[in-house]
Design a protein around this ligand. Sequence first.
Ligand code: HPA
Length: 267
Amino acid sequence: MVNYAVEFIKEKIGNFKPEIGIILGSGLGELADEYCKIAIPYSEIPGFEASTVSGHKSRLVFAEISGKKIVMMQGRFHFYEGHPIQKVVFPVKVMKLLGVKTLIVTNAAGGVNPKFKPADLMIITDHINHMGVNPLIGPNDDNMGERFPDMSNIYTKEYVDLAKKISKNIGIDLQEGVYMAFTGPSYETPAEVRMARTLGADAVGMSTVPEAVVASWAKMKVIGLSCICNSAAGVSTVGLSHADVIKAANDAKDKFKKLVKEIIKEI
Ligand code: HPA
C-alpha cells in the first residue's frame, strides 16, 4: 500500500525530490499555505485518510523553503480519530520512500512544566509513550528498519543543539523538554498531569510520538517542536478549550515559522 501511494505521488510531483518532511500541528498549517508549490488532497492519495479535526487542512504540500525541497503534511492523522495506529504513521513511511532524510514533527501541546507559558515553543529532547500502543507492532518491514530499533537518540541531539543556537541568534525564546503522549481526545485530568510531571514530562499532547518512532526506526533524523498552547489541566486554574489552543498556536505562528525556516536552512 505504501508503494501505491508513493507511485501516485511521484506521478504528480515529477522530478521534485523532497529531502525534508514536516508534519504541521494544530494551528501551524500556515507555512504550507505560504510556500505551496504542489498540493495533493489526502482524499486522492491511496492509503491516506481525511483529517477530521478543525484547524487541520488535509493535504500534502510540496514546497521549496530556504533553498530546500520540502514535503509538508497540512493536517495529520490522530489515533483519537479512530484511525488504526498504522494509518497514523502511514504518511511517514511514504515520506521515507520519497527520499526524506529529516522529519520535523510539530504539535500543539499543554505545558506541564510550570515555567512554560501559552505560545511558548519547546524543542522536544525526548518523549514518553503513554498511548498504550506502539506503531511498530506487527510484522517488521526489514527494508525500512530493524525489529528492535534503538530510541536512545530519537530526537537528534545535534539538531536540538542547532535549534537552541538558532533561536538564540534570532531572538526567540525556546524551551526544551520531554513530551508525553496520551491518546486524547479528552484532555488530561489534573491527576494525570501531576503523574506526567512526576515521570519527567514537560508537555503533554495527543500526537507526534507514533510518527517520531516510525521516522527514527526508518533511519530518519527527527526534530520535534511543540507549541505550548495552554497550561495543562491543574497547572493553572484556567479551563481548557480547543478554541484557546488554536488561538495560542496562532499567537505563536510567526516565531514558529521563523524558527522552522532557519532550521531548514541549516540542516
Ligand atoms: N493536553 C493534550 N493535548 C493538548 C493540550 C493539552 O493540554 N493542549 C494542546 N494539545
